[in-house]
Design a binder for this molecule. Structure first.
Ligand code: NAP
Ligand code: GDD
Length: 330
């Protein structure tokens, strides 16, 4: 029997990392994840995998490491000898990147350089996925954006992702490495971090409907995003690394909704009108917003036969239902 493929995931404890780990375990991979030391051992998004005896330390392995620690990352590569690397880790909050630009750039830009250098030194061929973002387009010159749209980032996070994306292209072209950039638009799920707008809204709708909270405080509710489901988007990551040649792909639905649309859909699930509870606070406004971010999924549909499976309404419904289920019965 052929040996299982080995995948290494940075950011396995994040939203995308947890779905990707499930996908790869289901495909029979040996999955290795990099986790950083935290004061709390509970890694909620992968706890269901870690607590499964037939999986943990059988098919799923965790390694302590931090993106800033090149020596340890290099040691993990030597130990794991990965066939596929999915680099997902880093500070992922756009608004926060205005407050912590230096560490955001370190984690998003320099860490990608560090990992690409390690890949360059590997004695065996491996495939590398880089988690790029629609935020590289920022003040976009065209809409919808494609793989050839100019990068014009509008915040520190976008700048760092643009650096990492272009660097990944350089390593592919200069050294012949199998490196892919997935230029992903917003993707959400019940596992989304609590300070991203969709999770914040879904949680508030559920809690308000149960009488546990009485307001939802937001920033710019006119902002529009191209929202998909994280479960669909990790499939796209995997498909990129299975193709015969490395390339960059926009991963998007091609449809936008406003934050207000999301809020109205979420409150409709619990049969409430949001206006009564909505408050706005300039603290949640950003110094700059990107222009209309909407992606064209034409290339990935044609080349990798990828299509998003979850509609906007299904996504909102799933997120609100998960929040309701998480509230302990009175
Ligand atoms: P996420 O939930 O915020 O997860 C980030 C992951 O990175 C977590 O596992 C986190 O570990 C880890 N991490 C952060 N700093 C680290 C460090 N210094 N050393 C080691 N690990 C570190 O993000 P996500 O939504 O899954 O997104 C995954 C990637 O895709 C990110 O790079 C993000 O920027 C990018 N992206 C996301 C979207 C989206 O809509 N979700 C769209 C485009 C691109 P802890 O659990 O310990 O914090
Ligand atoms: N977080 C947050 N909180 N955003 C708010 C709020 C609020 O209270 N009120 C309004 N918004 C608006 C933001 O100004 C933004 O225009 C929009 O809601 C979405 O914000 P986020 O959910 O924080 O996501 P994001 O689009 O900034 O960034 C996400 O998507 C990128 C891809 O386009 C992140 O996942 C990034 O990592 C990712 O690269």
């Amino acid at each position: 029997m052929a040996e299982a493929k080995r995948a290494l995931i940075t950011g396995i404890t994040g939203q995308d990392g947890s779905y990707l780990a499930e996908l790869l375990l289901g495909k029979g991979y040996a999955v290795h994840g990099v986790v950083r030391r935290t004061s709390n051992l509970l890694r909620s998004r992968i706890e269901h995998l870690r607590s499964e005896e037939s999986i943990y330390n059988q098919q799923l392995f965790l390694h302590y490491g931090d993106l800033s620690d090149g020596t340890t990352l290099r040691r993990i590569f030597a130990q794991v000898q990965p066939d596929e690397v999915y680099h997902l880790a880093g500070q992922s909050h756009v608004g926060l990147s205005f407050e912590i630009p230096e560490s955001t750039s370190e984690e998003v830009a320099m860490a990608t350089l560090r990992l690409l250098e390690i890949c360059r030194d590997q004695g065996h061929a491996l495939r590398f996925y880089h988690a790029s973002s629609s935020e590289v387009f920022g003040a976009a010159t065209e809409s919808p954006q494609t793989e050839t749209t100019a990068m014009r980032p509008a915040n520190p996070y976008g700048c760092a992702k643009a650096f990492a994306t272009q660097l990944a292209q350089v390593y592919r072209n200069a050294y012949g490495l199998f490196v892919c950039n997935g230029i992903l638009y917003n993707h959400e799920s019940p596992r989304r971090g609590e300070n991203f707008v969709t999770r914040k809204i879904a949680r508030a709708a559920a809690r308000i409907s149960r009488g546990l909270e009485n307001e939802l405080v937001l920033g710019n509710i006119s902002a529009r995003r191209d929202w998909g489901h994280a479960r669909d988007y990790v499939e796209a990551m995997w498909l990129m690394l299975q193709h015969s040649k490395p390339d960059d792909y926009v991963v998007a639905t091609g449809v936008t909704h406003s934050v207000r649309d999301f809020m109205e859909a979420a409150f409709a699930v619990v049969e409430l009108s949001p206006e009564k509870y909505l408050k706005t606070d300039p603290a949640f406004h950003r110094p700059a917003e990107p222009a209309k971010l909407v992606g064209s999924p034409v290339k990935i549909e044609r080349t990798l036969s990828w299509k998003p499976q979850t509609t906007f309404e299904e996504l909102v419904h799933e997120m609100v239902q998960a929040e309701l289920a998480a509230i302990a019965p009175a």
